[in-house]
Design a protein around this ligand. Structure first.
Ligand SMILES: [Zn+2]
Length: 310
């Protein structure tokens, strides 16, 4: 897991095999919630404002870790729970958390808010990706009362003490993705809108990814002025410009390699090998097998759903 750029001002050991809680920026705490069966470990950010803010609740199975972390930090309540999007590994536990913290509002893209209020379709699509029995590992997805939902338009902000959190719609990875710009930190909580940290590969989530929207989002966010990225499956990175250009380059490059080689009749294993060799030649690093599988399978599903691949 990436650590570069972390200020690591404070570490609180949660014991019982739990991840450390680290202060990674002014009153912003980060910890990981490893979940069985999840390749990318969910990350939670807690902002210790006058009333607490939680970014990325993760699946409901992460809730005990969140409660322990809050107890360690002396945080008693939450005013806002902000999943960057409603995929189960980011927002699946928002309902369980909202029930536990009835004063909290759950912030979401208007399209995401509808599914959080009535999660039937969300549960169905979660079963498609994570299996019929996803609740066993990830915990349940429960509805959030309308009174606790705060659908936010592009550019709207919430104020917590002297902190302004601006919500920016950032579609592509999913049709309900938002990012959160903290002007005080000059940092962006970017979820999966700008690719996966480490190699900046496109996060091609089955059934929700849209390549054009993803690239348009990176292009428009790269025009904003901020100097740190707070990743949801990684840590904090300080060179947003370089990372965003690489994310764009990777999306262009690997989508076309995968499409062309699939159209020429290559099997997924051969396509993975070709992508792996190209990546190694270009960047001098080997991609982990899990990353390769997710990238190739994700793009194949995407191209088939668009009728670009038989
Ligand atoms: Zn996602």
């Amino acid at each position: 897991m990436l650590r570069k750029g972390c200020s690591d001002k404070m570490t609180t050991n949660l014991g019982n095999g739990m991840a450390d809680v680290r202060e990674v920026a002014d009153k912003v705490y980060r910890f990981e919630t490893p979940i069985a069966g999840m390749f990318y470990t969910p990350v939670v950010y807690l902002i210790d404002a006058p009333s607490g803010v939680l970014i990325e609740p993760g699946p409901a199975a992460a809730m005990p870790s969140i409660q322990k972390a809050m107890a360690q930090l002396g945080m008693k309540d939450l005013s806002y729970i902000i999943p960057t999007h409603i995929h189960v590994d980011h927002g699946g536990g928002a309902g369980a958390l909202a029930k536990h913290f009835p004063n909290a509002k759950v912030v979401a893209h208007p399209r995401g808010a509808k599914h959080l209020a009535s999660p039937e379709r969300l549960v169905e699509s979660t079963k498609l990706v994570w299996g019929q029995d996803f609740e066993q590992n990830l915990g349940p997805i429960i509805p959030i009362p309308e009174s606790q939902l705060k659908a936010m338009e592009d550019g709207e902000a919430i104020l917590i003490g002297d902190r302004q959190l601006q919500i920016i719609h950032a579609l592509g990875h999913s049709p309900h993705h938002i990012v959160i710009l903290d002007r005080r930190l000059n940092g962006l909580f970017c979820g999966e809108a700008l690719g996966l940290p480490g190699h900046q590969l496109p996060p091609v989530a089955p059934y929700s990814f849209e390549q054009d929207a993803y690239m348009a989002t990176i292009d428009s966010l790269s025009r904003l002025d901020f100097d740190a990225l707070f990743y949801s499956h990684g840590s904090i990175e300080r060179e947003p410009g370089r990372l965003m250009s690489r994310a764009l380059e990777n999306a262009r490059l690997y989508s076309s390699i995968i499409l062309e080689t699939a159209r020429s009749g290559n099997a997924p294993d051969d396509i993975m090998l070709l992508v792996s060799e190209d990546f190694h030649r270009r960047f001098g690093q080997r991609l982990p097998k899990g990353d390769l599988e997710i990238l190739v399978a994700g793009y194949m599903i995407y191209f088939k759903s668009k009728g670009m691949l038989a």
